[in-house]
Design a protein around this ligand. Structure first.
Ligand code: GLA
Length: 403
């Protein structure tokens, strides 16, 4: 864990140091404006998969990626909907004489790696930056956007995470410059003709949710990097409730990857992350070592009733029904006419909760049936729900009006 933190810290430190050095010696200019990128029609529901950064950070290798692809099949993750296998920062090597990007020695033949992933019914994701360098100091796509997009497509890449971090030292940090650089890669990906999900990464600067869809992006980070602790996760997750209006099929707010199974939170806290990301809804990108998941981690990541909430085709955003002290009661309309209700206890003690079905609207005045999505059981018949929610835990119900 210490080593992992060190790698993440050094990436951040690198960005800060390079930023200071370059801004003192160069006179950055603005990026010429770029036209909007039409929607690519991908990601009708939030993308699901796995990403290397949270567990492996800079240590990820091609053999780890193959092992994760195998584990995604063996554990049932693929069949539950997790299909993207995404390699984050540190895969890039040097450009060749023609300027084409090449992987470093940890990776070798990217076409062979894509073929391995595809043969298992999965899709491959890569990471780059609009800067000359990525966040961790590897070569970025600056000035090579079209060429890199063509290379990714030729390899068989299906997803690109494009991280602004490495470009911060090259241009004045403005919304216009970010938007132009993100649009530039958006066009490049479209011109390949290959369906490639486009995922933007920055910290939610300049209200990115307002302008990201016009870059061609399918999802965009809305927060600084998550870490594997309650404060970091809960702050990022609940913050999304103010941004729901900007998220819709094809275009998703991304409060960062899952930490479930990485060891820093309790099972209740991890159930909260899974429930919250699903009710919002948000992309579900697991970030743990899939080869060594314990039973609780599997039970959380593979909860198909909760995944079905995340993947509901309407993609309607969650809203707050009420906040009572540390208790958040969130609701979301499902496409089948049911409502998902989440009782989230952000407090330090068990909370007693109750809700009369009629609070959910007129359709519920004649009563309702409800299912507890973590207990996998029907809620006892009655005019509403009463129960208790553990510290930092959640009760998630799917409530259907009586007919
Ligand atoms: C930034 C991103 C992270 C990760 C690292 C890699 O910090 O926000 O998600 O991609 O870069 O260097």
């Amino acid at each position: 864990m210490t080593q992992l933190r060190t790698v993440r810290f050094s990436a951040a430190l690198f960005a800060m140091v390079s930023s200071c050095t370059l801004s003192a010696t160069s006179a950055p200019t603005n990026v010429p404006a770029v036209s909007p990128v039409p929607a690519n029609k991908l990601a009708p529901t939030p993308p699901m998969g796995w990403n290397s950064w949270n567990h492996f950070a800079g240590r990820i290798t091609a053999s780890d990626v193959r092992a994760m692809a195998d584990a995604m099949v063996a554990t049932g993750m693929r069949d539950a909907g997790y299909v993207y296998v995404n390699i984050d920062d540190t895969w890039v090597g040097e450009r060749d004489a023609t300027g084409a990007i090449r992987p470093n020695a940890k990776f070798g033949d990217m076409s062979a790696l894509a073929a391995y992933v595809h043969a298992r019914g999965l899709k491959l994701g890569l990471y780059s930056s609009p800067g000359a360098k990525t966040c961790a100091g590897f070569a970025g796509s600056h000035g090579h956007e079209d060429q890199d997009a063509r290379t990714y497509a030729a390899w068989g890449v299906d997803f690109l995470k494009y991280d602004y971090c490495g470009a911060r030292d090259q241009y004045p940090v403005t919304r216009e410059n970010q938007e132009a650089l993100f649009r530039r890669m958006g066009h490049a990906l479209r011109q390949t003709g290959r369906p490639i999900v486009y995922s933007l990464s920055q910290s939610g600067d300049f209200d990115i949710w307002r302008w990201a869809p016009q870059t061609g992006a399918n999802m965009w980070r809305t927060t600084p990097d998550i870490s594997d602790d309650w404060a970091s996760m809960s702050k990022r997750g609940f913050r999304q409730l103010d941004l729901g209006a900007w998220s819709r099929p094809g275009h998703w707010n991304d409060p960062d990857m899952l930490e479930i199974g990485n060891g820093g939170m309790t099972a209740d806290e991890y159930r909260t992350q899974m429930s919250l990301w699903s009710i919002l809804p948000a992309p579900l990108l697991a970030g743990n070592d899939l080869r060594s998941m314990d039973a609780v981690t599997k039970e959380i990541l593979l909860n198909r009733e909760v995944i079905a909430v995340d993947q509901d085709p309407a993609g309607t955003p969650a809203r707050r029904l009420e906040t009572r002290g540390d208790l958040e009661v969130l609701v979301r309309d499902m496409s089948d006419g049911s409502i998902v209700v989440g009782f989230f206890n952000r407090g330090e003690r068990t909370a007693e909760v109750n809700l009369a079905w009629r609070r959910l609207g007129d359709r519920f005045r004649q009563g309702a049936t409800a299912r507890d999505l973590w207990r996998h059981a029907a809620v006892a018949p009655g005019s509403g729900y009463a129960g208790s929610v553990p510290r930092h835990g959640v009760v998630l119900l799917r409530v259907t009006p009586a007919t």
